[in-house]
Design a binder for this molecule. Structure first.
Ligand code: ADP
Ligand code: ZN
Ligand code: ZN
Length: 744
């Protein structure tokens, strides 16, 4: 006798439980396996519902007389590859959250969508005959038939027109079409088509010849791949070193072995650029998968992949679960990017999951970056992946010259502008030469908060513990919950009129740049200007086409396009992110500076980067200025070792949330004591989170540290069970975040 654990209807979180069912001893029963979607009787009335089989065993966990039997395999169902169910279980175990959440994570589409059918009308009788008929229709004044036949006879090439043309433009009634079809004059043909947001590929051979460094890497990879070696690699190549060309050569190798490729990018906005390059190389075997596609497009691209009708899928984190039948390689481009970590449960990191999925299917993984995460470099150092390096710029252009400006000196010189004297001089110089400038503001610390100069009162969101952000139109908004109010004329605490916004945002920088350089055309790009579907691309395009002289922006402008005419990159306040209460602050600062610098000097003219900072001596800034990754890595690893932070050890952040602050605090304290003192795990005390309230939900956090990931997982499991089973914790929910990418 065999028994299956079935998780029922994964759209309900409340039912996050598996129920055991007996597998029928029939032919159909034999084909039931992990991953099958089955029909089961459920509840008192034995209503038939669907569920996924998540486990199979020979042991019956409940009284045999009470166990029910599976009805059969559900039809027309989305079949989850069994390895994806195993992967979901692994994700759940290692990152927390419910099994339902994990299953939804590994399903890039949630349901089947009717396939799109295109209909067309074809003339099936001989041309001679058709002409005679046309004359007859004219005589008898059968106007509709006449219109249709005339159109078909005049169609360029084959005598076929789209159904919509007949029913729309020509206004042919359906009955007329039917009668013509019956008379054997026309045939209505249908064809299923894949919905895709991609345009047809315009193939054009690339004339790029790989340089020596690139060749060494691609040849080594190809040689390993062909001899059956599958493993993770780290491709560390400076900005502009031609990593994308290397990925494409690697993909060639993998495709030649009959395998398929998932290519992950950190942001949807970057999809189209990379797709264009890939289409030129690989033609129409390229597909994309992301959340901004329509349900139909997504389902069709999912099907294409599943049926092996495409070889390469490009997309953000969720594309990682593309159900290729013969997956051979997963690439994570810009692997250091924070967006690879999921913000909602399960808070998994795409890197870890890619490594796991690849190991399950015997595929390779390539992590690529100009500034690899500490985690990835450490993996390479410890031999857990093979490291490749590209040290030279590949195409046109050379590495920029980098100048560090000490902002403390500016104040001494009585320069209160956000532009240092040196940066101002250089901007003026580039404007004169009709070259372009990028001004870059760190998103973190992009304050714009409003406070009173008399009493110090700060305007805060009533629902979240964060300060409100000032917008030019006289509005104060909360970036966490969307709360909005008008900017007060007087301080609500002391009625002083001296209430104003402090700190600078991109909007302010744009304004100041226009004031300082009235002759310049200034564009701004940040979350506010790119809300539309195409906003991001449009601004970058306008800038690339030379319709602006200065582009002001946040992190977003760091990536993507090669701007030939950008010869100056100004980083306004490099150290803003260093103030953040976050063990990754230095790493993020370094990344940002190097990536931003990489935008300069990509064309014929040499580039300069001006880094403005209050901490010119900080190692992350000094290393970035020299483009010296290795010395940064060494210092940062030392810091992580001394402070006990990842990747040296693992951290588990437990977030306690609830509507009543007391309940949350009490629960956090009680659950902390419940944990006791497990071996090899250091546990702190629960504290109010840095942002203690979001959308009226209170937040407490507890940190656990250990060298052993498994030990932390064990703690998570105990907390999860206790939090769920013990009624005293009803007012408090738990969330888990392993190796969080910031502080709570
Ligand atoms: P990365 O991804 O490392 O930043 P890219 O692959 O985007 O670099 O390459 C940067 C630029 O250099 C692109 O314009 C690319 O076409 C060009 N390039 C790459 N490899 C070569 C090469 N071997 N010869 C000439 N140009 C190259
Ligand atoms: Zn006041
Ligand atoms: Zn709010």
């Amino acid at each position: 006798m065999k028994y299956a654990d079935v998780i029922v209807d994964i759209t309900f979180d409340k039912l996050d439980k598996t129920y055991q069912y007996r597998i029928p001893a029939t032919k159909e029963g034999e084909s039931i396996q992990i991953g099958s979607e089955v029909c089961i009787p459920f509840g008192k009335g034995n209503r038939q519902i669907r569920g996924f089989v998540t486990g199979i065993s020979e042991e019956c966990k409940c009284p045999p007389e009470r166990i029910k039997e599976i009805v059969g395999i559900a039809d027309k169902s989305l079949v989850l590859e069994s390895h994806l169910i195993q992967l979901a279980a692994w994700i759940r175990e290692n990152f927390g959250g419910t099994m339902n959440e994990a299953l939804r994570t590994v399903l890039p589409v949630s349901r089947t969508v009717r396939q799109k059918v295109e209909r067309s009308i074809r003339l099936v009788c001989k041309e001679e005959e058709a002409k005679q008929l046309l004359a007859e229709y004219q005589r008898k004044k059968y106007r509709a038939k006449e219109r249709l036949l005339a159109e078909l006879l005049h169609a360029a090439g084959e005598p076929v027109i789209r159904y919509e043309v007949a029913s729309g433009k020509l206004r042919i009634p359906a009955a007329t079409l039917r009668s013509l079809e019956e008379d054997g004059v026309i045939a209505v043909e249908s064809q299923t088509v894949y919905r895709t947001p991609l345009r047809e590929a315009k193939e054009a051979a690339s004339d790029i010849v790989l340089n020596e460094e690139q060749r060494a890497v691609t040849e080594d990879f190809a040689q390993e791949y062909r001899s059956g070696i599958r493993r993770p690699y780290l491709l560390h190549g400076i900005t502009g070193s031609g990593k994308t060309e290397v990925y494409m050569a690697m993909i060639d190798t993998v495709l030649a072995e009959g395998k398929q490729v998932i290519f992950l990018i950190p942001e949807i906005a970057l999809t189209y650029q990379i797709v264009e390059r890939f289409q030129r190389r690989f033609g129409n075997r390229v597909s994309i998968l992301h959340s901004r596609m329509s349900a139909g497009e997504r389902y069709d691209q999912y099907l294409r992949a599943k049926q092996g009708d495409t070889d390469i899928v490009i997309g953000p984190r969720s594309a990682l679960f593309t159900p290729f039948p013969k997956l051979g390689l997963i690439v994570l481009d810009e692997e250091h990017e924070g967006s690879y970590k999921s913000e909602k449960a399960p808070k998994f990191h795409a890197r870890e999951v890619a490594l796991k999925r690849a190991a399950m299917l015997s595929a390779s993984v390539v992590l690529g970056s100009a500034t690899p995460s500490l985690t990835a470099t450490r993996m390479a150092e410890q031999g857990k992946c093979k490291g490749y390096r590209l040290t030279k710029r590949a195409g046109a252009g050379q590495l920029p010259e980098i100048q560090v400006v000490d902002l403390r000196e500016e104040i001494k010189q009585k320069n209160r502008s956000i532009f240092s004297i040196e940066l101002k001089r250089q901007i003026a110089d580039r404007l004169e030469k009709k070259q372009q400038v990028m001004l870059f503001l760190n998103r973190r610390g992009y304050a714009g908060f409003v406070s009173c100069r008399s009493c110090g009162h700060v305007m805060k969101c009533p629902h979240c513990e964060v300060s409100l952000t000032y917008h030019k139109e006289g509005k104060l908004t909360c970036h966490y919950c969307g709360y909005e109010e008008r900017m007060p004329k007087r301080c609500p605490e002391c009625s002083s009129p001296y209430i104003a916004s402090f700190g600078i945002g991109t909007q302010k920088v744009e304004e100041l740049a226009r004031k300082e350089f009235p002759q310049a055309r200034v564009l701004r790009m940040d979350a506010d200007t790119t809300s539309g579907k195409e906003g991001h691309g449009k601004i970058l395009e306008a800038f690339a086409a030379g319709r602006a002289d200065i582009l002001v922006g946040t992190q977003m402008i760091v990536k993507g396009h090669d701007y030939e005419r950008v010869t100056l990159v100004g980083i306004l306040a490099a150290d803003m992110s260093l103030y953040a209460n976050d063990y990754m602050a230095a790493e993020k600062t370094f990344e940002l500076l190097v990536q931003a610098s990489g935008r300069a000097g990509r064309g014929r003219f040499p580039g300069t980067v001006v880094i403005q900072t209050y901490h010119p001596d900080h190692y992350s800034i000094r290393a970035a200025a020299k483009g010296d990754y290795d010395s940064f890595y060494e210092q940062e690893l030392l810091f992580r070792t001394l402070g006990s932070y990842p990747p040296v050890i693992h951290i588990l952040a437990v977030l306690f949330t609830g509507k009543k602050e007391e309940e949350v605090e009490q629960a956090a304290i009680a659950l902390r004591s419940f944990l006791g003192t497990p071996e090899e795990v250091r546990i702190g005390s629960p504290v109010r989170a840095g942002i203690g309230k979001i959308k009226d939900i209170y937040r407490y956090v507890l940190y656990l540290k250990s060298e052993s990931y498994e030990k932390l997982v064990a703690c998570k499991n105990r907390l999860e069970e206790e939090g769920r089973e013990n009624p005293r914790y009803q007012g408090c929910s738990l969330q888990f975040d392993f190796n969080p990418s910031g502080s709570y």
